[in-house]
Design a protein around this ligand. Structure first.
Ligand code: FAD
Length: 496
């Protein structure tokens, strides 16, 4: 959001607060997320099967359209000389989907048939032949029994280091005069009589190396700011901040924290033979973000392979949060929605309990479904990022209103919140989060800065040449756009 606003009107005074001493230590850190440039090239959860067996591709098309907007935004700033060498944050990594058994193979084939005619998916390939799948990803087929498998493959896929991207954004903004306060936690947000906001950010003093266990507030580092508009991009702490601000729009909202764990290796015998992100099918009850995947990664110039995620249990809303985060977020208005979510999602509860009970041996077995020759040696279990999934209140069937909603639904996407007067905006939730952050910010911009949108449109079109124009309906525009951004970002262009 700061990158957008600063580019659109450099005269705006922007101030950024980050509670950690370094940027991108939470979800955006490359070790805390899977780094997938989510573009629906491999994630089965973006294509639902209808009752008649046909495949609904609307969500997949939407996600890919969103990713093409992010790519154009990044390409613009690479061309402007602001983001440095793009290989430092994005690398070409083919996206694959792998399924087992006749039913899933038939579904994958129908999914491929539904997606392939769309220009956004024109470079996708399908195969049920071992030799072909083994050519795409040898570790998938080696040592595998005779059960039927099939895969799709798309060379246009990407791996993105969102932490590096975040740090480059901040370095640019800081160099351009934006005030960035690292090690400053926003502790109070208050609406003033004139409609603006008063923010207090307290300095955070840490003992020991990051991530520091012990920390204390440093009143001498306190910064007070009066702001016409506030954007809350605080990850899992966004909801607590909106609660402090008493924003009526989030009455009844709650959060459901799930931590993620990954098996990782940098064993040359593995990383040099696996260069794809291979997504499978989620187990019954598993939330969409828990789809297992064997991922090639490039993190700070080094190649890794990661498998997961396994769900872990933590009541914190941030990795560097507090065990009191969940209890402190409870309000009279969100208790009922949170309880109904537990009642209505028994499959999810069973899935999470199963995950928590998983032994290291069972985690290796899960890995072997993707890489049959995997041995437990050389793989390390790491804790990834903390997800704070949204529990959204639903009006009761008797016409109840949000604050007294008795029903809640668990949402797995990212939700943009904008206050009625546009003065406070926030993002809640996670996936596909980082990949689609640019279009999500554009949506917030249109709602919160509506009075300046006409004036800003030419500049937006310069940054994102297809701004407002869908690519899926225009094959030549899609081809030209994907080719252009691929060339600037140093990744694979369309193979069609
Ligand atoms: C396990 C996992 C896997 C994922 N995989 C992918 C993926 O493959 N592809 C993808 O696109 N997305 C993925 N995501 C989602 C993606 O990581 C997030 O959507 C994205 O990183 C969110 O960015 P953010 O800047 O909003 O939040 P964050 O990166 O969490 O940043 C929020 C920042 O706010 C700071 N903060 C919080 N409260 C305060 C306060 N009061 N004062 C000052 N600072 C504060 C925090 O310290 C933090 O640095 C994944 C997420 C997880 C957890």
């Amino acid at each position: 959001m700061a990158m957008l606003l600063h580019a659109l009107d450099p005269s705006l005074t922007l101030v950024i607060f980050e509670r950690e001493a370094r940027a991108a230590q939470e979800s955006s850190n490359p070790w805390n997320n899977a780094g997938t440039g989510h573009s629906a090239l491999c994630e089965l959860n973006y294509t639902a099967e209808r009752a008649d067996g046909s495949v609904d591709i609307a969500k997949a098309v939407h996600i890919d359209e969103q990713f093409q907007v992010s790519r154009q935004f990044w390409a613009h700033f690479v061309e402007a000389g602001v983001l440095g060498e793009p290989s430092g944050f994005i690398s070409q990594t083919p996206h694959m989907t792998l399924v087992h058994g006749d039913d899933d193979i038939a579904f994958l084939n129908r999914r491929f048939d539904a997606l392939k005619p769309n220009p956004l998916f024109a470079s996708m390939r399908f195969s049920a032949a071992r030799e072909q799948i083994g050519e795409w990803a040898p570790l998938i087929t080696e040592g595998r029994g005779s059960e039927p498998i099939a895969a799709t493959f798309d060379a246009e896929g990407t791996d993105v280091n969102f932490g590096e991207l975040t740090r480059r954004y901040l370095a640019h903004l800081q160099a351009d005069g934006v005030r960035v306060y690292l090690g400053h936690e926003v502790t109070s947000v208050t609406k003033l009589a004139d409609g603006s906001w008063s923010l207090r950010a307290t300095g955070v003093r840490r003992f020991g190396p990051l991530p520091g266990r012990a920390k204390t507030s440093d009143p001498s580092g306190t910064v007070l700011v009066k702001a016409a508009k506030v954007f809350v991009g605080a990850g899992g702490y966004a909801l607590p901040l909106l609660q402090k601000a008493r924003l009526p729009e989030i009455a009844g909202y709650g959060l459901f924290p799930i931590s993620g764990e990954f098996l990782v290796t940098n064993d040359p015998a593995i990383v040099n033979r696996h260069n794809a992100k291979v997504y499978g099918k989620a187990s019954v009850g598993a939330p969409p973000m828990s789809v297992p995947h064997l991922d090639a990664r490039v993190i700070d110039g080094e190649r890794w392979v990661l498998f997961g995620p396994f769900a872990g249990q933590s009541p914190k809303f941030l990795k560097d949060g507090s065990v009191l985060d969940l209890p402190k977020s409870l309000r009279i208005g969100n208790l009922a929605p949170m309880l109904t979510v537990a009642k209505d999602n028994l499959d999810l509860v069973r899935y999470l309990m199963g995950q928590l009970a998983m032994t290291p041996e069972r985690k290796t077995e899960a890995l072997r479904e993707f890489m049959p020759t995997a041995s437990p040696h050389g793989w390390t279990l790491t804790t990834g990022g903390q997800r704070a999934q949204i529990i959204k209140p639903q009006p009761s069937s008797h016409g109840g209103t949000r604050p007294h909603a008795i029903h809640g639904t668990l949402e797995f996407g990212t939700e943009a919140i904008v206050s009625a007067d546009g003065s406070m905006q926030a993002v809640l939730g996670a996936s596909p989060g980082a990949s689609t952050a640019v279009p999500i910010m554009l949506d917030i911009l249109a709602r919160a800065w509506a009075n300046r949108l006409d004036e800003w449109t030419p500049k937006l079109q310069q940054m994102i040449p297809t701004y407002g124009t869908p690519l899926a309906d225009d094959a030549s525009l899609a081809h030209a756009t994907i080719s252009r951004t691929a060339e600037i970002l140093g990744i694979e262009g369309p193979a069609w």
